[in-house]
Design a protein around this ligand. Sequence first.
Ligand code: UD1
Length: 361
Amino acid sequence: MAHAQAGTSEGSLDKGKVVITGGAGFIGSHTAIELCAAGYTPVVVDNFGNSDRRMLERVYELTGQRFPLHEIDCRDRAALRRMFEQEGPCFGVIHFAAHKAVGASVAQALDYYDNNLGSLISLLQVMNEVGLQNLVYSSSATVYGQSDELPVTEQTQVRPGESPYGRTKQVCESILIDTAASKVPVKAVLLRYFNPVGAHPSGRIGELPLGKPENLVPYITQTAIGLREELTVFGNDYPTRDGTCTRDYVHVVDLARAHIAALAWLDNSPENAQRGSFHEIFNVGTGAATSVLEAIQAFEKASGTKLRYRFGPRRPGDIVESYANVDKARKVLGWKAELTIFDAMRDAWKWQVGLKNDPLR
Ligand code: UD1
């Protein structure tokens, strides 16, 4: 029953299989592309609860690789076990599968805890059963809340979550940290994403928000294409350079590449080969703060369109400023963001324009 972990070596063409849960989603689909480019074979696990099958068809087109897909809910341990048995040796797992809407998490708290915690727990149990240790986990800068210390480092104090969604990310981090310190062997890399934005430069894959978007960039592109009347800028009286909140917007392609860097580090670092169980946390951002008004300007320049927006009241629970210190990822993983907010806006716009002709849902 137990599988040996697939051995890989630097520079080899076939670096082995990597299971990506939530592989049909926004970040997962971009990561599948980067995995192929880096010589890994993605094995996608998705329950299509908040993603579209056709997104994967497009990933197949873009990569020219028809990698395996398993329609599985990660809470289904028996199905996960069958999937690993069927696939044979794998190098590791990247775990994206989770609910992610802050607003919905308030009304559906129990469902959020069940899905986000349940999936991770069942995955860790099955990985242990099949003898697989390498795991990259999709965490979030939401764990820092509004920090007194900017930019935030991995040592910055984690604050109590503002929403059930945020709290599931914190509990999942604790599950991983405690598991790595227990008898269950796991090598866990926790990536704390800042604000993932943009789309694939081909315009073929991108974010598919369910209904009205909560996040800034899809709201901007949907307004510009005419799906929304106008953007409301939530507050312009904050103590920032132009009165609007700032965030660290990281292009989804850069973010996807951070996962490849994490796998390569798990694979190649002689130090990691010696270590037993461990967890390691990395911030994944650009290191730069962009205000809402600057994001709008970047969009207008990148798209050549004018955006309709007005200033509205502050959004309850919004943090004022957030940006990452990314020294650790640069030094340890050799990863840094290469793309800008302009690139992200250009690619997000290309994706939105493409959706007009071929809406995926
Ligand atoms: C939100 C979530 C966070 C999650 C992250 C994922 C909240 C409170 N937090 O963070 O938990 O991890 O998304 O990317 O929802 N804005 C507007 N008008 C809009 C939408 C947004 O002005 O219509 C502003 C916001 O006030 C904020 C910035 O744009 O200053 C970014 O907002 P958003 O994309 O929702 O991200 P976060 O608030 O950082």
